[in-house]
Ligand binder design. Structure first.
Ligand code: FMN
Ligand code: MN
Length: 480
């Protein structure tokens, strides 16, 4: 069962107690951001702001996928589904893409503002964090763009800020799919790049827009796979791009091939504000279309947990897993713990040792090193269980022979890593630390590998079976 649109998802959240409807008037100027931020930090429900100061008739929805419960609900699963099962289900569905269907009309066309009438300040874009460079219109939205060469249509989540009444500025990195296509295919020909920014859809569309789906593949097919039903698309008013017909708000425009503008600063996903303004990608807005009583979507990004550290950590982990498996590295699971804000990843391996650990490091840093700490554990450790991971790290990672640190050469460094200094960040320099918490395969299993003192590893199979079989009758529960 897939959600028809964002509204149906919010109704379901209301039934499970996972959304708070705020009916008092709330100010778009910092107040919505402050409420949204505190809600994350107290692991509260998502928020639907029903009355926005200066913007009658508009609503704002914050925190769509800010807890694993909300991710589970978005996938049509039991809200209490364990994180590991969410990962497995996402992984299973993403392997079965479903092509979209195209319709002639849709709710996103109920209101149209075209050309000179466009005024971005007619939307209730929040000024989210004190210190942001402006009002951020894209914090939990996705950009649709297309390659002029082969029609590859990309959906990606990149931040966007209002520049003026009909211009938006953003920071899709050079290495993002939008950035690559812009700089390699449009800029050299001095051609403007059509773009549509989509707010308020089935949450699985947002989720897939955070996923590093390979170059050349259309994210919309994977959104279909995730919801197990095709996405309905409708054509834009001012270009040929296709957008979800049920979207709350669609902003259409063209990225200049030859103009940039200042973007930021912004409270970024690692949980800090680091830099001043950057030079950003600039676009002119040519049309805005929206549903009646539209719901604007936002996140109040910051320290974890929030939609970025919850939903986007899951997609980041599974993208890393796909990459490692493509390189035939003998891995089991990959986990990105939310509080590690995609700066730390835990990789489980079938066969340990420095060589395998170094291969993992090389693959995960080859194109760009967004992560800066990699923990590799043997398959007796569940990477999703941080108690087990810290035990392996404490006991098996040799402080000299188990830790490998190296510099990451520009431009592969992650400019948003708080630990890097300003020069490193600006130059896209970086560093990586690999923590090998595995036993080397050359150790003699009988004499050299210390025996682990656990229920699983210390007792005869027959006895273990008997103990497990009698467990409940002794008066214990199955799980911790
Ligand atoms: C909340 C949020 C904001 C993001 N903002 C940006 C951004 O401004 N620029 C960027 O390059 N990537 C950003 N990302 C990461 C991209 O979404 C991610 O790399 C994704 O794979 C991009 O799609 P693509 O692979 O089709 O380029 C953001 C992710 C999240 C979750
Ligand atoms: Mn892509």
């Amino acid at each position: 069962m897939a959600f028809e649109d964002l509204r149906e998802f919010i109704k379901t959240l209301a039934k499970t107690g996972d959304v708070v409807h705020i009916r008092q008037e709330v100010d778009w100027d910092l107040e919505a951001g402050a409420i949204g931020r505190r809600a994350y930090e107290l692991q509260s429900p998502a928020v639907l702001f029903e009355k926005i100061k200066d913007y009658d008739g508009f609503r704002i929805f914050g925190g769509m996928l800010g807890t694993f419960r909300r991710v589970a609900i978005a996938m049509g699963l039991d809200p209490a589904t364990p994180v590991k099962e969410l990962y497995a289900e996402y992984e299973r569905r993403i392997k079965q893409p479903i092509k979209p269907v195209i319709t002639a009309d849709g709710p996103c066309k109920q209101n149209k503002i075209i050309g000179d009438k466009v005024d971005l300040f007619s939307l209730p874009t929040p000024y989210i964090h004190d210190g942001d460079g402006g009002r951020y219109i894209g914090t939990w939205a996705f950009a649709v763009t297309q390659s002029p060469e082969n029609g590859w249509t990309n959906w990606g989540m990149y931040r966007f800020m209002i520049h003026n009444k009909n211009h938006i500025v953003g920071w899709p990195r050079y290495s993002s799919h939008l950035g690559m296509v812009l700089h390699k295919q449009y800029v050299p020909q001095n051609k403007p790049m059509p773009i549509a920014l989509v707010l308020g859809t089935d949450p699985l569309c947002n989720m897939v827009a955070t996923d590093a789906i390979p170059i050349g593949a259309d994210e919309v097919d994977f959104a279909g796979g995730l919801r197990q039903e095709p996405i309905e698309l409708v054509k834009c008013e001012t270009n040929d791009l296709l957008v979800p017909a049920n979207a709350e708000i669609v902003i259409e425009g063209e990225i200049y091939p030859d103009r940039t503008a200042q973007e930021g600063p912004f409270a970024e996903y690692p949980g800090y504000r680091m830099e001043g303004a950057k030079s950003g990608v600039l676009w002119r807005v040519k049309a805005i279309t929206y549903r009646n009583s539209p719901i604007f979507t936002m996140i109040s990004l910051g320290v974890p947990p929030d939609d970025s550290s919850i939903a986007a950590s899951l997609t980041a982990a599974l993208a890393m897993k796909r990459r490692l498996l493509r390189h035939e590295i003998p891995i089991t699971e990959v986990y990105v713990p939310p509080y590690g804000v995609t700066h730390i990843v835990v990789v489980g391996v079938k066969r340990g040792g420095n060589d395998v650990a170094k291969q993992i490091k090389d693959v995960l840093t080859a194109r760009r090193a967004d992560v800066n700490k990699i923990i590799v554990v043997d398959n007796d450790i569940d990477p999703f269980d941080f108690d087990q991971v810290i035990h392996a790290f404490a006991t098996k990672c040799h402080p000299i022979r188990g830790i490998f640190c190296e510099e990451i050469e520009p431009p592969r460094g992650n400019a948003l890593t708080p630990a890097y200094n300003a020069q490193e960040r600006r130059a896209y320099r970086g560093a990586i630390a690999l923590f090998d918490c595995t036993w080397p395969p050359e150790l003699n299993k009988i004499n050299e590998v210390p025996v682990k003192n656990s229920f699983d590893s210390m007792f005869p199979e027959e006895l273990k079976k008997k103990v497990v079989a009698n467990w409940k009758s002794f008066g214990f529960k199955e799980k911790k």
